[in-house]
Design a protein around this ligand. Structure first.
Ligand SMILES: [Zn+2]
Ligand SMILES: [Zn+2]
Length: 322
């Protein structure tokens, strides 16, 4: 018999790890440039002071971008296989013409040939209850072809940049995993990298790794992507999730001077909800008395350690020293 067929969850887990590996690599490519050229804006700005340098850098990036496209493509394929697997893993063996044998020995599923990349979108749309949009299939095919072409595009009219790829990846996420929380999955993916070896939550943590990349990532998440990914408008005021804030504050990444706000006020209710972990906490509206803080959303947690903490500055809203 065929043994060890994959599960949709195991395929999605690897697909997401590859997706965020590619995502972080793209953020790294942009970060390295900004680190060396002290960039205030971005490549999308009308007046890009470093346009010439950016073009030369982009050429140097081509081999790496090609590798990243390959990783995105692998992630895409696994996510589509996961969708087929939700129906039955054995559907992945269609078109493979397995050789039958009468000697009754076991066959590892991974030794069998599965559907080709080119057939996957059609297979999903025929077999799965969750079909892919035409727009997704276009980006799927684009990544397949980019992987082969990237090396030749850097010289003249480069038709895409790391920023373009980031935006396409945001779109793909919404199509592939609409039910999964983007930031939560990013934290999960960071927990599966080689750096997770160092995640002792004292010096480093997966939350700290994501928070370190968040300001740059935020620049590339446009208003409509933000709304679709997190369910709130990008301009809406954000507050601290004390749980994520603490998990992300380490000796090497002290967030207290520049905390990352991942929660928003739930409309018509006295509580905030975090779009990183999904946790909701009760709040009241009163002014924070810490110097230089204009916060007016305070955690109410009478039984717990978070009572009276300001969700803007993360300090005791009464203004008293700890
Ligand atoms: Zn949270
Ligand atoms: Zn405050």
């Amino acid at each position: 018999m065929i043994i060890n067929p994959p599960s949709a969850e195991s395929l999605n887990e690897v697909a997401l790890r590859l997706y965020f590996s590619a995502w972080s690599s793209l953020i790294g490519i942009i970060h390295d440039f900004e680190l060396h050229f002290d960039v205030p804006g971005s490549a999308d700005d009308d007046e890009d002071t470093w346009a010439e340098e950016r073009k030369e850098y982009l050429e140097a990036c081509q081999p790496e971008l090609q590798s990243i496209c390959t990783i995105v493509q692998q992630s895409n394929e696994l996510a589509l296989k996961a969708r087929i697997c939700e129906v039955s893993p054995y559907l992945l063996l269609l078109k493979s013409e397995p050789k039958f044998s009468t000697n009754g020995s076991d066959i590892e599923f991974s030794d069998l040939r599965t559907l080709d990349a080119v057939d996957l979108p059609g297979a999903v749309n025929t077999l799965s209850a969750r079909p892919l949009s035409d727009e997704f299939v276009q980006t799927y095919n684009l990544f397949r072809s980019l992987r082969n072409k990237v090396a030749h595009l850097g010289s003249a009219n480069a038709v895409f940049t790391p920023e373009d790829l980031l935006k396409k990846m945001l779109f793909q996420y919404q199509q592939l995993w609409p039910e999964r929380m983007w930031l939560k999955e990013w934290v999960q993916a960071e927990s599966n990298t080689r750096l997770s070896y160092f995640h002792d939550y004292s010096n480093s943590s997966p939350y700290a790794d994501v928070f370190a990349q968040w300001p740059l990532a935020l620049k590339f998440i446009g208003k409509s992507d933000f709304k679709r990914l997190f369910g709130v408008a990008k301009f809406q005021r954000r507050y601290l999730c004390l749980s994520c804030f603490r998990l992300g504050t380490t000796d090497w990444n002290d967030l207290r001077s520049d905390p990352v706000h991942t929660a928003f006020l739930v409309k018509g209710a006295d509580r905030t909800c975090c779009f990183m972990c999904g946790e909701e906490v009760a709040v009241e509206r009163s002014l924070c008395r810490q110097d230089h803080c204009k916060g007016n959303v305070i955690c109410t947690d009478p039984e717990g350690e978070n009572d009276g903490i300001c969700l803007i500055c993360g300090e005791d809203a009464s203004g008293l020293a700890d």
